[in-house]
Design a protein around this ligand. Sequence first.
Ligand SMILES: [Zn+2]
Length: 499
Amino acid sequence: MIIPKPVSLVLHDGIFTLDADLKIVCDTSRQEIAFISDLLSQRLAAIAGLTAETIAPSERVLVRGNSPTVTLELGKLETSPNPEAYRLRVERHSVTVRANEPTGLFYAIQSLCKLLMSNDGGRTFVIPCLDIRDFPVFEWRGMLLDCCRHFISVDYIKHCIDCMAELKMNRLHLHLTDNEGWRLEIGKYPELTRTGAYAEDPGFYTQADIREIIRYAQERFVTVVPEVDVPGHALAALKSYPWLCCTGAPERNSGHQKDLFCAGNEQVVQFLLDVLDEVIELFPSTYIHLGGDEAPKERWKECEVCQEAIRKHGLGNEEGLQGYLLRTLSEHAARRGKKTIGWDEALECGIHQDMAIQWWRYRNKGEQPAIHALEQNHHVIASPNSLTYFSFPTEPDHHFKPERTSDLQKAYSAKYVPDGLTEEQRRRVLGAECCIWTEYLTEKEIDRMLFPRVLACAELMWSYPEQRDFSEFLTRVRLEQHRLERDGVVFGPYFSVME
Ligand SMILES: [Zn+2]
């Protein structure tokens, strides 16, 4: 019934019937709990047309006879110390939700709303009596939105946060800078958005917009993880301040962009540190993503300043210079209590020990990038491209060859943890992220790329079943589709017709 599938669900005889007397019992003196109970009332109103009154635990004596109650309470769970764990017990006249932390209560009400059923065309709603004990396998359950290639509005980002919360996902990774656009307002360097946000599809987020996105996400227990991509994918920044690149005259080329930040230039490094300071100030996330992917080094080979820096610091070659730049930024972040993430290419250039690696090059390299990172004691976030890039279509087209397509079944078959790891290495896999890259997508088209495949990803990130029954999963996907479409979500195809 529920996606992602709970760790344990035991059905009992009987049903709980919602009626107009329904009361939500909880201590609303904690702001997070007040928010959760409000959200539950709103959802009950939308689904079942009921107005449930919220009362304090001390007022429970006023509840008449067998009137239905939903009680939300914090307390230590014997089954799991996990801060996201919850227990949900549905009996004939009462529903009891217990969790170690408010996050667990929030996830429990997501499950509760998915259990509501009506057999009489929506006149009455019931929940079967049951007992759920649930907690996630992975702490990092993410989604990446590329806001650069096409700009994504604040409203659509909020819609994605709502969808993530329903699926118990908790990391929204915003890819904020790239060749096609610099989308984040930086106070010290206004040209980045004055010029850089207008490179192609225009638009950017003011710092006030970002604070609004973060507030909305935090209420829903989602952490917003910013990405500022260095040293490549930087053309929008280079066009804003041409002195940032080796030649002083950045140009667009086909293939991977050749112009990149001139990492040998100390002024350029200072610029990046200044940007990082504003990013750290703005985003409460412990992790800041620094990119480190797809950075051809021709320009550095021809640049006197970069070559001099390689000699001066004994870096050996251009890869060494990239490692030096990423380490400088990671150390700066570490002094401010932050950690960094890099795409898996970053591993090849000698990075800071605390940099987590986002494994993505699955189609060409299989599990090797993840295994290498784990062998070097880095943490790993799994985004194996053919399995988690939901911007890849289900059918091949003129941009995507057949090997770069994926359907629901393929997404559900993904392995985020390579075989043959030690227990310590397994623990270093923080979790996974699905990715929406927007080279060929505008925000209007994102829903139908995400759905239904994100449902597979959400389930693997939460419960990671080793034995997967795809046809059983498919039954739950159809139910979920019905619910989500009612909320305005647009679904794309389930399967490739090529197979
Ligand atoms: Zn240079």
